[in-house]
Design a binder for this molecule. Structure first.
Ligand code: SF4
Length: 695
């Protein structure tokens, strides 16, 4: 099934973390026919609207076809010699802390691996962060606190074996549509109950048995109340708890919590807790409504506490389940492509781990502490601490909170490189050097989806112009910096083998991420690699984590955390009386670089908007389809009002997708405050206080 011509090639959808398999057939005119892969375990043939329209997004309009230096086209030698010399120069003159990479969950694992190795092992800095910091950093931190490592215990099959599925801060119907379809299909036969916990009514509520419209930021209070009810109802699992520390402290914090702050009625809360308690097989799915919060990590641990206390984890149809926003957020976590991670789930601040990785890489320099996370990375670019910054496949001038300040910081940085498929982004316009990257369907590598399944992305089209794969660009830069032996890769299979071999060290330290069983994979077997869930070690193939009650803290036990409910960082007041929630819509992806090319996707919701409650619209004198001006201390936006009771009085919802290129007045992240979770560093993208007026 592989190869060009009229045969179909197996690959993976490049959008959300569901990781659907696709079958691609080149049409001979530079395009592709796309259908769902019936044999891929994530989707079994299904695709959502975005996946089905992939073939319409491959035109060369707007593609970056040659390297550019200061806006002038040049060749790779000139561009990469400049990149190499400016990064080396910055390290030599100002130390390793003066350079940084900002990456993307769109990158393939092989790309991510080379970037992480170059920055942490050779440039000697941990200043490598990614737009995954905006997506699921709080989950990583919560998993590590509870389990001792960043392990996702759930699988997609659990969704079909559960009797109750709870969606917390997740509009699964729009953001992971195929998973939602799988749940609804099972519900037909199994009668699975579905509960949605979200301040906003979303499409995911259409088939829900219960929608709890809690106040923004109050999730911890709800799950603390659940823990209390589970305790008082005798529903704790004493056997399982023999493998878990911290029950007493967690309960003490839970008893001190007041569920009234959720704004839910006592009967709603009791109905939810009672349903949870009497259902043996419960999966709690959580996403950005949990993560994008100044108390995101505590919210994650509040959920994990309930599953650990009742042993509803490590068993079929049970468990907490973080669904990742991006196609390879998980792969980025696996290679350690975040400022506070090392590689293969090893710890940067653990000397044994660090020494083992340094020896494995033959690396001259390794940082011994965390680097700058996304918000701080751009602050350092703006205040002159960062002298050289390389941004790959992401558009922080639009997507970061306080986006205007981030734009100014990128502009102020001495030397900025951007790798992308197009020069027409707000961020690319600020670059000193632009590097043309190969797009999806033009490059080979692997991605890991939300349930730890590693799948191949495969090239079926030639990269246009001078475009190259990211691993190839990064390795070439590494060679030009003087590290030829360490970056002599000729093909992504070599990188995958090295990554798999390195993961054996993780396994030898007793950690979870181990795919060393694939370390000797041949080029042909890599080409043919079927989807498979890690671990894939010599002693363990796939399987279920935590079934045996064994965790990854040094004592082998899990930890329940005492968590207290904290409101969002900023309080509504006279000047800024509204709370702004931002998120995705069904048919667009991130800053629309690809999805805007498919006319049928733009037909769903064609222009940016702000959802406002009818009561607030009346108070402001806003008519249906009238214009609203929103302002925060950081910026303004003008949007068409959609008057709807889907949002609560005092709340607004605005999509994140529109940019300075597509709708300058609707760049919503310029309003969002860069307040972050103190543990995870993840910004609070769903609870900014703003003013609203008729415009
Ligand atoms: Fe692609 Fe996600 Fe849709 Fe699957 S559900 S087709 S991975 S966007």
């Amino acid at each position: 099934m592989t190869g060009a011509g009229c045969k179909e090639t197996r690959s993976t959808c490049p959008y959300c973390g569901t990781g659907c398999g696709v079958l691609l057939r080149p049409d001979g005119m530079g395009g592709l026919a796309v259908r769902g892969d019936p044999n891929h375990p994530a989707n079994r043939g299904r695709l959502c609207s975005k996946g089905l329209a992939l073939g319409e997004t491959l035109g060369l309009e707007g593609r970056l076809l040659a390297p550019q230096v200061n806006g002038c086209e040049t060749d790779w030698d000139i561009a990469l010699d400049l990149v190499a010399s400016r990064f080396r120069q910055a390290v030599d003159r100002h130390g390793p802390g003066s350079v940084g990479f900002y990456l993307s969950g769109q990158m393939l694992t092989e790309d991510y691996y080379v970037a992480n190795k170059l920055m942490k092992g050779f440039l000697g800095s941990a200043n490598i962060d990614t737009n995954s910091r905006l997506c699921m950093a709080s989950t990583v931190a919560g998993h590590k606190r509870a389990f001792g490592t960043d392990t996702v215990p759930g699988t997609y099959e659990d969704l079909e074996e559960a009797d109750l599925i709870v969606l917390v801060g997740s509009n699964l119907a729009w953001c992971h549509p195929v998973l939602h379809q799988r749940i609804l299909a099972t519900r037909e036969s199994r009668g699975t109950k579905l509960v949605v916990i979200d301040p906003r009514r979303t499409a995911s509520c259409d088939q829900a048995d219960m929608h709890l419209k809690l106040r923004a930021g109050s999730d911890v209070a709800l799950f603390n109340r659940l823990l209390v009810d589970l305790y008082e109802g005798g529903a704790l699992d004493a056997d399982y708890l023999s493998n878990v520390n911290g029950l007493g402290e967690a309960l003490e914090a839970a008893f001190a919590s007041d569920a009234a702050v959720t704004g839910l009625s006592d009967s709603e809360i009791t109905a939810f807790c009672s349903l949870w308690m009497r259902t043996e097989k419960v999966v709690t799915i959580f996403s950005q409504g949990v993560n994008q919060s100044t108390s995101g990590t505590d919210k994650v641990n509040a959920i994990l506490n309930c599953h650990l206390a009742t042993g509803r984890i490590g068993k079929p149809g049970c468990g907490p389940f973080s669904v990742t926003g991006q196609p390879n957020a998980m792969g980025g976590r696996e290679v350690g492509g975040l400022a506070n991670m090392l590689a293969c789930h090893m710890d940067l601040e653990n000397k044994s781990h660090r020494t083992a990785v340094q020896e494995f890489w033959g690396a001259p320099a390794m940082p011994d502490r965390a680097g700058l996370k996304a918000v701080d990375l751009f602050r350092a670019a703006g205040d002159g601490r960062l002298k050289a910054l390389w941004i790959i496949h992401t558009n922080p001038a639009v997507s970061m909170p306080e986006a205007d300040a981030v734009s100014a910081a990128i502009k102020a940085c001495d030397f900025t490189v951007v790798s992308d498929i197009t020069a027409a982004t707000d961020t690319a316009r600020l670059a000193d050097v632009l590097l043309p990257a190969a797009a999806w369907a033009e490059k080979d590598g692997t991605v890991t989806n939300s349930d730890r399944t590693i799948s191949r992305q495969r090239a079926v089209l030639p990269p246009p112009g001078q475009a190259r794969a990211d691993w190839d660009i990064l390795a070439d830069a590494g060679r030009r910096m003087g590290w030829g032996e360490a970056f002599g890769y000729q093909a992504p299979a070599e990188i995958f083998r090295e990554h798999a071999a390195l993961s054996g060290l993780s396994g030898s330290f007793g950690l979870d991420f181990d795919i060393s069983g694939l370390a000797a994979i041949s080029g042909q077997d890599y080409d043919d690699l079927p989807p498979q869930r890690w671990p894939v070690s010599r002693s363990r193939l796939g399987g279920r984590f935590f079934a045996d009650g064994q965790f990854f803290h040094p004592d082998g036990k899990a930890r329940m955390l005492p968590v207290r409910c904290c409101p969002p960082a900023a309080a509504q007041g006279r000047r800024y009386p509204f709370r702004l929630n931002t998120g995705r819509i069904r048919d667009q992806w991130h800053t629309m670089t690809r999805t805007a090319l498919a006319p049928r996707l733009s037909g769903h919701l064609a222009e940016p908007f702000a959802d406002i409650h009818p009561q607030d619209a009346r108070t402001l004198g806003v008519k249906p389809a009238g214009l609203l001006r929103l302002s925060s201390p950081h910026g303004q936006a003008i949007l068409r009002a959609r008057i709807t009771a889907d949002v609560q009085p005092g709340d607004l919802f605005v999509p994140i997708h529109w940019t300075g290129e597509t709708a300058p007045s609707a760049r919503i992240d310029r309003l969002v405050a860069a307040a972050v979770d103190p543990v995870s560093g993840q910004p609070e993208s769903k609870a900014t206080v703003v003013a609203a007026e008729r415009w």
